[in-house]
Design a protein around this ligand. Structure first.
Ligand SMILES: Cc1ncc(COP(=O)(O)O)c(C=O)c1O
Length: 436
């Protein structure tokens, strides 16, 4: 595979972009090559890099491009809006249509506010929860990711030393520059551990403003909640007057039209959406119970933003949600994902390679070296990351593009069809043999 253009672009990028990249999450290598691939073009389920190499794409911009790249209907919706102006900094009709669509689709969404990135919407939801309860403390689960901003960038990826005891982990800042006061207000709990969560909730007699969680932990290789765990947390929060926030930034409108809340039948007090919401455009939302959101509505809890609800991104989101609400579309994506999941399991078994594949059809991940699905972050980090890297590299050689991080996941779009399934299953069998 020729990658000279990507190499040259990274040489230039390092001179002008900090670290040569625009997000700390971006990989700066491709297997043994010390530069990333520069993607230049996408159409449906495929992308092409700057050297013209084409790949079937299961990264899909971390699940955002849920209809596929350059989807014709979405392009038409956006083009119409482009002709009419991209933003006015005023109220606009499209944001109303979009908010109505979200309230119809998302369980528990009485009122909505728009932002532009997941991290921003998380800040809005947390501020609303704190304003509503008059409390500061947040309960966050170890390894869950809620954005790069200070408020919750705590214990995202702690080392064993930073993590502390398993049943009451330390709160460890994800980065220098996060003030100690912010860290102190975020209490960390182990995922899927009712006993530990109960004792943490009981120990903080001043109470919590919010419990926030990824209902399916997309940032821990798609770790699932154990049966009944979300329902149990729901009850605990209700009894203690704690605002339960589902971070549906990855799961929203993907796992089901109503996201993980619909999939698991558990309604949070608030939820945060982005990624699939915009179909590849920068938009996010926080939504929830009327009595909480009314504080934002009354301008008691402040929330602002120049780009919020801009008609260009709102038009993209409206088209995307209308498509995702159509009968059958998510089921077809789930079937495609299940074919790939089965292909990974079968190929691994044929090659005698121990691994676990977990997730929920439209989003999933393979963890090498494990024999049982992990229940929390500390078990996820036991997986063989080196083997995942080698598998990813072998797939790239077969022109299948997946997330470079084994802690993240693969995503399916509505544009992935039988041809892609067939080619991907063959690529998986080939890549798995290469790992032997
Ligand atoms: C579950 C989850 N929450 C929040 C975020 C932050 O979103 P953004 O990167 O748009 O700020 C992400 C991003 O990957 C995420 O996966």
């Amino acid at each position: 595979m020729h990658t000279e253009e990507s190499a040259a672009l990274f040489t230039r990028a390092k001179k002008v972009l900090a670290g040569g990249i625009s997000s700390s999450a971006r990989s700066t290598t491709t297997g043994s090559l010390n530069y990333p691939l520069y993607m230049q073009r996408g159409l449906g389920p495929r992308i092409w890099d700057a050297d013209g190499n084409g790949f079937i794409d299961y990264l899909l911009s971390y699940g955002s491009v849920i209809l596929g790249h350059a989807d014709a209907g979405l392009m038409a919706a956006v083009s119409t809006q482009l002709q009419n102006g991209t933003m006015f900094g005023t109220c606009n009709p499209v944001e109303v249509d979009l908010a109505e669509q979200i309230c119809r689709m998302a369980p528990g969404a009485d009122l909505v506010r728009f932002s532009n990135s997941g991290s921003e919407a998380i800040c809005g939801a947390i501020r609303a929860a704190r304003g509503f309860t008059g409390r500061n403390k947040l309960l966050k689960f170890e390894g869950h990711y809620h954005g790069w901003v200070d408020v919750l960038a705590i214990s995202n990826r702690p080392t064993a030393e930073q993590a502390g005891p398993a049943d009451h982990p330390f709160s460890h800042p994800h980065s220098p520059g996060i003030p100690a006061g912010v860290v102190e207000d975020v209490i960390i709990a182990p995922w899927n551990d009712r006993h530990a969560v109960s004792s943490i909730l009981a120990a903080h007699t001043e109470g919590f403003a919010a419990v926030i969680l990824e209902p399916v932990v997309a940032n821990n290789s798609c770790t699932m909640p154990e049966a009944g765990f979300l329902q149990w947390i729901r009850e605990e929060c209700s009894q203690r007057g704690i605002v339960l926030i589902f971070d549906e930034i990855v799961t929203g409108f993907r796992m089901a039209p109503g996201g993980a809340a619909e999939y698991f039948g558990v309604t949070p007090d608030m939820a945060v959406y982005s990624k699939a919401l915009g179909g590849g455009f920068a938009i996010s939302a926080f939504a929830g119970r009327r009595d909480i959101m009314e504080l934002v509505g009354a301008n008691t809890v402040k929330h602002g933003g120049t780009y919020n609800g801009n008609p260009l991104c709102a038009a993209a989101a409206l088209h995307t949600l209308r498509r995702l609400a159509e009968p059958g579309i998510l089921q077809a994506m789930r079937s495609h994902g299940n074919l790939i999941i089965e292909a990974i399991r079968r190929s691994a078994q044929d090659c005698g390679i121990p691994c676990v594949v977990q997730g929920a059809g439209t989003m999933f991940q393979v963890l090498f070296g494990l024999t049982n699905p992990p229940k929390n972050y500390r078990q996820v980090v036991q997986a063989d990351a080196g083997r995942y890297g080698a598998f990813r590299q072998a797939l790239l050689e077969q022109r299948v593009h997946v997330n470079s991080a084994g802690m993240a996941c693969w995503f399916v779009s509505a544009a992935h069809g039988p041809d892609e399934a067939d080619a991907t299953c063959k690529a998986i069998a080939w890549a798995m043999k290469k790992l032997k």
